[in-house]
Design a protein around this ligand. Structure first.
Ligand SMILES: NC(=O)c1ccc[n+]([C@@H]2O[C@H](COP(=O)([O-])OP(=O)(O)OC[C@H]3O[C@@H](n4cnc5c(N)ncnc54)[C@H](O)[C@@H]3O)[C@@H](O)[C@H]2O)c1
Length: 327
């Protein structure tokens, strides 16, 4: 049984807590938040103990892992503190604000002999996993081009509005757009060329348009959160192959193969009955956390996301941001 402590009881801390309830080999034993009332509320919902700091949680509990759901600018220090205490760390994306912080996290985990995984959930999102399978196995022949989109209103839920403060979140250019930057690297490797442009609005670089090339393949990534409050969150992709196309854009994922009827591949979902709970809104978070817990329990090395792959995604994101800002 993997004993878990969650650090940060906001939007993602609550989401992750729901996932641990469904895993038979994990137990959420403690949660911590700088706001004691937030920690108490989440602890009460999950029969865990509440703490008001990471240090107090680590001192009082024997944890196998800490799940860091803090604002991004706090990731590195918390990850170093947790790994030094001998805990493995699952840490929300983006890994950190800069490469120096990322390197500190990697070194701390390595020297303590514990695991570190950045929660790049799109690598575990069922529709994106189908796309990865089609690309890896050339099921429609070689890929020609791909368009990845992620747009939303400005996030308004953050503690102290940290996520609309570019100095603490990196704005949409880092916080939101890195989902697709990370996924395209997972899909196609390191880009040969990057051409990034962005739109600066009241709270920073909040809409990115990046074109990357990978050999002959062209990828276009758009990510922005400069839409009105009522605008629906949308993530989507469209990929063209020599023998067809795959579309996921609001409806079910659909494969268009030349000369055949379009069809909708089976998406691997877990029914509520299987888990004794409702995971309909857990998407890739369920598969991501299950993967990390299973790797810890079995001692299998992490492959789907490694500290180095997350550092690389951060490096490319920072390169996109530098280009878009003209620095
Ligand atoms: N994977 C995804 O789809 C996804 C979605 C949203 C956010 N995120 C990421 O998750 C992380 C958290 O974002 P969020 O939306 O949950 O933020 P949030 O503001 O909702 O929650 C952050 C929590 O951290 C607490 N906190 C702040 N400083 C603390 C400290 N020193 N010690 C303990 N607790 C402290 C706050 O009180 C708050 O409860 C960010 O890195 C963000 O980029 C990922």
């Amino acid at each position: 049984m993997i004993k878990v402590g969650i650090l940060g009881c906001g939007f993602m801390g609550k989401m992750h807590a729901n996932v641990y309830d469904t895993l038979p080999n994990a137990q959420l034993v403690a949660v911590a938040d700088i706001r004691p009332e937030a920690a108490s509320e989440l602890a009460g919902q999950h029969s865990a103990k509440a703490y008001d700091s990471l240090a107090r949680m680590l001192a009082a509990e024997k944890l196998d892992m800490v799940d860091i759901c803090l604002p991004t600018y706090l990731h590195a220090d918390a990850a170093v503190e947790a790994t030094k205490a001998g805990c493995s760390v699952l840490c929300e994306k983006p890994m950190a604000m800069n490469l120096e912080e990322a390197d500190r996290m990697i070194e701390a985990a390595r020297s303590s002999g514990v695991q570190l995984m950045i929660a790049h959930c799109i690598r575990f999102w069922p529709e994106y996993m189908v796309l990865k399978d089609y690309v890896d196995n050339k099921k429609l022949g070689p890929m020609l081009s791909i368009n990845l989109t992620r747009v939303s209103p400005l996030p308004g839920w953050g503690w102290e509005d940290w996520n609309i403060d570019e100095a603490r979140s990196g704005a949409a250019a880092l916080d939101l757009h890195i989902h697709d930057t990370d996924f395209i690297l997972y899909l196609l490797g390191q880009p040969d060329t990057i051409y990034a442009r962005g739109v600066v609005s009241a709270h920073g670089l909040n809409h990115m348009y990046t074109t990357m090339t990978f050999g002959k393949v062209v990828a276009h990534l758009e990510g922005g959160w400069d839409f009105p409050a009522d605008f629906p969150f949308k993530m989507a992709f469209r990929a063209a192959f020599e023998n067809g196309a795959i579309l996921w854009d609001g409806g079910p994922l659909t494969v268009y193969e030349n000369g055949k009827e379009p069809f909708q591949p089976k998406i691997e979902t877990i029914s509520a009955a299987d888990l004794g709970g409702n995971i309909s809104d857990m998407g890739g978070y369920y598969w991501e956390i299950k993967y990390f817990v299973d790797c810890l329990e079995s001692g299998q090395p992490l492959k789907t996301v490694t500290p180095e792959s997350s550092r690389q995604s951060l490096a490319v994101s920072l390169q996109e941001i530098a280009q878009a800002k003209g620095v």
